[in-house]
Ligand binder design. Structure first.
Ligand SMILES: Cc1cc2nc3c(=O)[nH]c(=O)nc-3n(C[C@H](O)[C@H](O)[C@H](O)COP(=O)(O)O)c2cc1C
Length: 241
């Protein structure tokens, strides 16, 4: 039966000041971690709390299209790392000169250093033929899975756990390695572990690769502005490399 009773509802007021501050602190101090992982294993309860946070994410039509593959054995992480190396060499080969040298100097994964890796997938058939909200936008299941990733990342920050997202892979080769069937797509490969310290701002910003854009340049009023206006706005934003 469709329809909610008052027993299904709860109050929706704002959090207390300290609770609200904690939420914003998690959001603003979350970082992508590559090199700062400590080797300490994470206990099972903690991992389950983080996965429960991911599983609480919104999903199109409540389809919950995600799965979480936990990869801890070193031999398996080494095999994944080899795939990263191959893809990263291909990425570097698209660059030349100083930019290539600067790209090469960046560490872009923590696959071997992090004690836990998690591959988060999206089952494109989850929810059956008709998924409410997916009728006109089939990729909404992928967006839903990204929401789960972000929940995981923020909860991890609150728990003092670092997370690094590695996307420099040939996903077909990674799917073969992990035995992922057709119809299930890799959305995120995360390196997870305790961290001693975090960058204050994005590491790519600290290392001069790219700056955070000013928020006020990204907000438009009522509709997308004239092209000349957009060009002027974007020219003012320093984009590297
Ligand atoms: C979809 C996605 C893919 C990413 N892939 C990589 C990656 O392959 N390697 C890497 O070092 N960082 C990766 N990152 C992390 C971004 O570089 C990072 O989020 C960005 O520089 C901002 O830094 P912050 O997350 O510390 O705020 C990825 C982030 C996202 C959201």
């Amino acid at each position: 039966m469709l329809g909610a009773t008052h027993r299904d509802m709860t109050v929706a007021g704002p959090f207390s000041d300290s609770e609200r501050d904690a939420v914003y602190r998690a959001i603003h101090t979350r970082r992508d971690v590559r090199n700062e992982f400590l080797p300490d294993a994470l206990d099972a309860d903690l991992i389950l709390r983080l996965l429960a946070a991911a599983h609480a994410a919104p999903s199109v039509g409540l389809s919950q299209p995600w799965n979480f593959i936990l990869i801890e054995q070193e031999a398996n992480r080494r095999a994944v790392h080899a795939l990263f190396e191959a893809a990263n060499n291909e990425a570097a080969d698209r660059l030349e000169g100083d930019v290539k040298r600067r790209y090469r100097a960046l560490k872009l994964e923590g696959i071997l250093k992090a004690p836990l890796n998690i591959c988060i997938t999206c089952d494109r058939k989850r929810g059956g033929e008709f998924v409410l909200g997916r009728t006109h936008h089939p990729d909404m299941d992928l967006y839903s899975t990204v929401c789960a990733v972000q929940n995981f990342w923020l909860a991890a920050r609150a728990e003092g756990v670092g997370v690094g997202w590695v996307s420099i892979f040939d996903h077909r080769r990674l799917a073969d390695l992990l035995g992922i069937p057709d119809g299930v797509e890799i959305v995120a490969y995360l390196c997870v572990g305790r961290v001693a310290e975090l960058y204050r701002k994005p590491e790519l910003e600290s290392k001069g690769w790219r700056d955070r854009m000013p928020l006020d340049r990204l907000i438009f009023s009522e509709r997308w502005p004239e092209e000349s206006h957009v060009l002027r706005l974007y020219r003012e934003i320093s984009v590297k490399p």
